[in-house]
Ligand binder design. Structure first.
Ligand SMILES: [Zn+2]
Length: 120
């Protein structure tokens, strides 16, 4: 992981420590956001690489099509991954996990619907 991501992650951990009971949930959500950012930067690298390969093809006449297609396929897979992570993020964002029984409750809930533990 790059330094930027490490910093983001340790900040998220500090925040989670401050908020106590929500710690686990906040770390999960921030991990998802970090993963999405990492995958996006990999996609950007692929785009750059495709651009270089195309340039090389035009200028030097090298046949880079197969390689370019591999990179395009890789981008498509990464986009799919991002869309799954986004779905997961939306799920977790609206959920608070009970620290007592691990039941998922709506984030506005004050008490756990299963065990009655105060969660907010
Ligand atoms: Zn509970």
């Amino acid at each position: 992981m790059s330094e930027i991501f490490n910093n983001l992650f340790s900040k998220a951990k500090d925040l989670a420590d401050l908020t106590g009971k929500k710690a686990g949930e906040i770390i999960d959500v921030s991990k998802i956001k970090i993963s999405i950012a990492e995958i996006n930067s990999e996609i950007k690298k692929n785009h750059e690489e495709i651009g270089k390969l195309y340039y090389d093809m035009e200028i030097n006449g090298n046949d880079n099509l197969a390689l370019m297609n591999t990179l395009i396929e890789d981008i498509n897979q990464k986009k799919e991954k991002i869309s799954n992570l986004n779905e997961r993020y939306e799920e977790l964002k609206n959920v608070i996990v009970c620290p007592n029984c691990k039941t998922k409750n709506e984030s506005e809930s004050i008490y756990c619907t299963k065990c009655g533990e105060k969660i907010n």
